[in-house]
Design a protein around this ligand. Sequence first.
Ligand SMILES: [Zn+2]
Length: 125
Amino acid sequence: MKTCLECHDPFQGRSDKKFCSDACRNNFNNKQKSDVSHQMRQINAILKKNHKVLSLLFSAVDAQTGENNKPSKDRLFELGFNFNYFTNIYTNKKGMTYYYCYEYGYRPLENNYYYLVKRREENKE
Ligand SMILES: [Zn+2]
């Protein structure tokens, strides 16, 4: 006897059978799919939020002097930034590592401050 993965009822069948019925197999698979898309939605929402925070802070860069806005960790947290999520990492020739959320990125500085950058096609850093 085997146990159905969905309803946990015992059933008889081939050794590779996991479900007692088509209905149980479909229910199980649908739940798996919605779990995955739920997780994807959550992560997408975090990335979207991070992107918004970075673009907001980046737009505060002084256009006249070109001086970079260097927000503190506290400021980023305050705006709801989540440091655990980013889209990619880039390390330049000097060994400086940038964490990107789409086109906006940051590099950790001393004393919990961050240097913000925006990636351009032609900008190889
Ligand atoms: Zn079942």
